[in-house]
Design a protein around this ligand. Structure first.
Ligand SMILES: NC(=O)c1ccc[n+]([C@@H]2O[C@H](COP(=O)([O-])OP(=O)(O)OC[C@H]3O[C@@H](n4cnc5c(N)ncnc54)[C@H](O)[C@@H]3O)[C@@H](O)[C@H]2O)c1
Length: 260
């Protein structure tokens, strides 16, 4: 029988990034113990320390590296107990010499591999690690939330093939994992954000127009970019006990850019 923990432990990859940080604040305010996992352990520690409540943890973790993922989970579970909520936020956008779409014909294999290693492989490695551990030590209300993208649904407005395909992989992986982990009562759902005001989005604006947040706002029915807390709210709801009958879903948070 899964144990009902006194405090749920939530691990957020890419935890110092804009969307994960906003989610961490909601999780912490909701009484969870939050683990901020990112490439830079010092930054991760600072973000963890800034969260409401106590007992949060900042750790170094490279989601693209199998050994790093395993040892991060080892340390967290030894010190804090089983991870019950996993948020896969770590992500990388294609980087051209200038901001903007990297055309297929200009896309190097190195770029393709690098972006997919973080977005697709990283999401797989983290979910697999959690699934293996929860098979051995079950928890009540297990939740996995992946962060895909509108780019994975529509081919990318400014993101090119590597990023868009990696996010398509995240969407398919989410459904596969939802089927396989249902028997463990772990739900697995994806958020597909449209443009949201974080460092990642700002990096797509050319330097001469820095300060303008995003150039395609006029195409968004709600007429603005989204706020990190609007993604965080959707993640927090998927992580809640009441969302226990939702699995394999993709929640669009995109200002109406994509309707289906
Ligand atoms: N901001 C948007 O408009 C938008 C839209 C759609 C999807 N997303 C997705 O949301 C997620 C969060 O992005 P964000 O907007 O907060 O961007 P961000 O750049 O602020 O955060 C991304 C974080 O991922 C971390 N990261 C990168 N490689 C890593 C690795 N190998 N291991 C561990 N961490 C790594 C970075 O250090 C960074 O903290 C990403 O997956 C992104 O693709 C963002």
């Amino acid at each position: 029988m899964p144990s009902e923990p006194t405090r749920r432990v939530a691990l957020l990859t890419g935890g110092t990034g804009g969307l994960a940080h906003a989610t961490a604040e909601l999780f912490a305010a909701d009484g969870m113990t939050v683990v901020i996992a990112d490439l830079d352990p010092v930054r991760a520690h600072k973000v963890a320390e800034s969260l409401p409540g106590s007992g949060h943890r900042g750790i170094g973790m490279d989601v693209s590296d199998e050994a790093s993922v395993r040892s991060a989970f080892d340390g967290v579970e030894r010190d804090l107990g089983p991870v019950g909520v996993l948020g896969c936020f770590a992500g990388l956008l294609s980087t051209g010499a200038v901001p903007g779409r990297v055309l297929l014909t200009d896309l190097s294999l190195h770029e393709w591999e690098g972006v997919n290693a973080v977005n697709a492989r990283g999401t797989f490695l983290c979910i697999r690690e959690m699934a293996r551990r929860r098979a051995a030590v079950p928890v009540a209300h297990g939740r996995i939330i992946t962060i895909a993208s509108l780019a994975g649904q529509q081919g990318g407005l400014a993101a090119g093939a590597a990023y868009s395909a990696s996010k398509g992989a995240v969407l398919a992986l989410t459904k596969v994992c939802a089927r396989e982990l249902a028997s463990q009562a772990i739900t697995v759902n994806a958020i597909a954000p449209g443009p949201i005001d974080t460092q990642m989005l700002r990096s797509t604006v050319p330097a001469e127009r820095a300060g303008e947040k995003y150039e395609h706002v006029q195409g968004i029915p709600l007429g603005r970019v989204g706020l990190p807390r609007e993604i965080a709210a959707a993640v927090a709801w998927l992580a809640s006990v009441d969302a226990g009958y939702i699995t394999g879903a993709t929640i669009d948070v995109n200002g109406g850019l994509y309707m289906r």
